[in-house]
Design a protein around this ligand. Sequence first.
Ligand code: CA
Length: 233
Amino acid sequence: MEPKAKILVVEDEQNIQTALVDFLEYHGFEASVAVDGLEAERIVAEQSFDLILLDLMLPKISGEQLCTKWRREGLQTPIMMLTAKGLEKERVAGLNLGADDYITKPFSLEELLARINAVLRRMDPTRKVGQKFQFADLEIDIASLTARRNGNEISISKREAEIIQYFAANPNRVISRDELYKEVWHEIMTDLGTRTTDMHIAKLRGKIEIDSNEPQIIKTIRGAGYKYENQIS
Ligand code: CA
C-alpha cells in the first residue's frame, strides 16, 4: 500500500481544526495540527509534509508571513491557504506569496478534498490517494473509472474522469471551454478543441445526467461555458 500523504493543518479555530483533521483522516491522509504561527514554524522545521493547509488569520505569526518566510527559505511543500477573505485582490496576493492554491471560507469539504487531490496530483501524477469522491449525487471512483448512483454503476473514460475532477475542484464558477481544454487536454484552444470539448461534455452528460436534455450537474452557461453547482457549502 502506498504511504499516506501527510498534511499539516495550521488553524487556530478549534472546531474547524477538528473537522478538518477528522475529514482528512477519514479520507486516508495523515493529519497533524499547528494551532498558531509559531507552532507551525517549529513543526515544519522538524518534519516534512506533502501539503500544508494554512489559515491566514493566525495568532503570533500570520499565514501570509509564514508563507513568505517558507518560500524565501526554499520550502517546496505545496501550500493551500484557507482564507475568509473572498476578495479577488487578496486571493491573488496569496498566490503571489507562493501559495499553490487557496480556498475561501466557508468551503465545502467536497471541494476541499477535490482541491487537495488536484494539488497532490500536480506534485506526483502517480499518486492514488483519495480518488473516491462525491460529485452531485454520484460517487466517483477514479481508480476503477466508475460513477455510482443508487448502486448503479456507470463506466466513465479516463478523460471523462479528468473533466469531472476539474469541475469538482472548481464548483460554482463558470468554466469556459478554453479553460477546460487547457486544463484537461493541456492544449491551446482551436476550432477542433471547441468541438472536442463539446462532444466530451455531451457524452459525459449522456452518462451522468438523469435527463441530458436538461442537465442539472454540468450546466451550460450560454455564451460563457459550463458550471458545476455545488450547493453543499
Ligand atoms: Ca484563524
